[in-house]
Write a protein that binds this ligand. Structure first.
Ligand code: FAD
Length: 391
């Protein structure tokens, strides 16, 4: 039986584990966190990963965790609506194959779909990799040594496998000039102001999105311009500096910010690599090809990648040839989404009030039924599925 070691129990790693097990591989997942991560942030699930989820039989379970959103409202720093769009219209633009869901719920569904035969080692990470040509020997942080035919680095944008096998991350990370933060908080007044809608506030050099996930429980996320490469020492103070002077629900949201360890915070970046594979190590998901939240399809591409890798390995018993085919066929799709992500920057955080006005007018125009066909393009949700071509 072929054996895979997967670093990372995020969407990419868990999908790969599920898909490889389905084709009869023995799978062990090594995850740095002490357990499955909960919550995270809300994301739109659509595009190439949607088809992968259908094929892997998890789409209905995912749908059960889908969140209901009334409208998507663009508001200013005083909460005044500049443009608005019924969420249903965005879903229709994606032919019904789109729903909002928490990242943690996707990971939970994938985890629960794994058969008992898949082992997950939480609280451990790979610290050394020796590629023997026909397989890998890795050492993990507990001191144990493990052998496998294939090592999959699905350990996110700051991938440890990438560092060990390909070198320092500075070579591969392309910052897009923003930082992002996300956290949950409880506040009934903010919930009342949201009224069941997803509201995105834009102000100079920053935006913030809010959505009520449960009674009075708010998911918030923030994107602010910054050219710094590193996480600030004091995340709460950074948010206060960027958003402290704004009105609407911002004061309540900043007051309710949890301790820094409970705030998701990172630079907004893409990962660009000439190759995702070296010997018997392959990267996928954000580790290989992060598209960033601006592209809005990272989760989808993580899932599509996991399934495509298993498709390639099922079709070809020659592992090296299968890895080549996986990379060659997935790369054009990834490059397309990365380009789209870079184009979306001005939509997410308009550089000037004039840019914000143009965006709001564009959204209002698309609300006019004869032009609603443009919506799929504008929100980049009209994309098709992805499946590895048969040879
Ligand atoms: C605010 C925000 C909004 C987003 N919105 C969307 C959206 O609307 N649609 C969409 O499709 N995508 C969206 N994304 C992107 C999406 O969330 C990511 O692209 C996706 O989660 C990447 O999954 P992954 O499994 O590759 O990496 P990750 O989610 O980063 O998972 C990596 C896993 O590896 C573990 N790990 C890290 N280092 C190690 C190590 N050394 N050893 C072992 N384990 C390790 C981590 O703990 C984690 O469990 C958004 C992202 C953000 C931040």
């Amino acid at each position: 039986m072929m054996k895979a070691l997967i670093a990372g129990a995020g969407i990419a790693g868990l999908t790969t584990a599920l898909a490889l097990r389905r084709i009869g591989w023995e799978v062990t997942v090594i995850e740095k966190a002490p357990g499955l991560r909960a919550g995270g942030y809300m994301l739109d699930f659509f595009g190439p990963g949607f088809e992968a989820a259908e094929e892997l039989g998890v789409i209905e379970a995912l749908r059960r965790h889908a969140r209901g959103v009334g409208k998507l409202d663009m508001v200013d720093a005083r909460g005044r609506t500049g443009s608005s769009m019924a969420y249903q219209r965005i879903i229709e633009a994606a032919d019904g194959k789109l729903f909002p869901i928490l990242r943690g719920d996707i990971e939970r569904v994938l985890h629960d779909a794994l058969p008992d035969a898949v082992t997950i080692r939480f609280g451990a990470e790979i610290v050394a990799v020796d590629d023997r040509g026909s397989g890998v020997t890795v050492r993990i942080s507990t001191g144990e040594t493990m052998e496998a035919d294939l090592l999959v680095g699905a350990d996110g944008i700051h991938s440890g496998v990438r560092r060990l096998v390909f070198g320092p991350e500075t070579q591969f990370i392309r910052p897009l000039g923003f930082h992002t933060a996300a956290y949950f908080f409880d506040n009934q007044d903010v919930a009342a102001a949201l009224d069941g809608d997803f509201k995105m506030m834009t102000a100079k050099d920053c935006m913030a999105g809010f959505y009520e996930v449960d009674r009075g429980r708010i998911m918030s996320f923030f994107v602010m311009r910054s050219d710094r490469m590193e996480r600030p020492a004091d995340v709460r103070a950074t948010l206060q500096t960027a958003y402290g002077g704004l009105g609407w629900v911002l004061p309540a949201a900043l007051d309710a910010a949890p301790a820094a360890k409970d705030i998701y915070y990172d630079i907004v970046a893409q990962v660009e690599m000439a190759r995702w594979r070296r010997g018997r190590a392959i990267l996928l998901g954000d580790a290989a090809y992060a598209v960033s939240l601006l592209a809005g399809q990272g989760a989808s591409l993580a899932m599509a990648g996991g399934r495509a890798l298993a498709q390639a390995l099922e079709a070809d018993r020659d592992i090296d040839a299968a890895l080549e085919r996986f990379e060659t066929q997935l790369r054009p799709l990834v490059e397309d989404k990365q380009q789209a992500g870079r184009r979306m920057a001005n939509w997410f955080v308009p550089a000037t009030p004039a840019h914000a006005l143009v965006r709001d007018i564009a959204i209002r125009v698309m609300n006019w039924p004869p032009l609603s066909g443009l919506m799929g393009q504008f929100f980049s949700v009209g994309s098709k599925g992805f499946s590895l071509a048969r040879r």
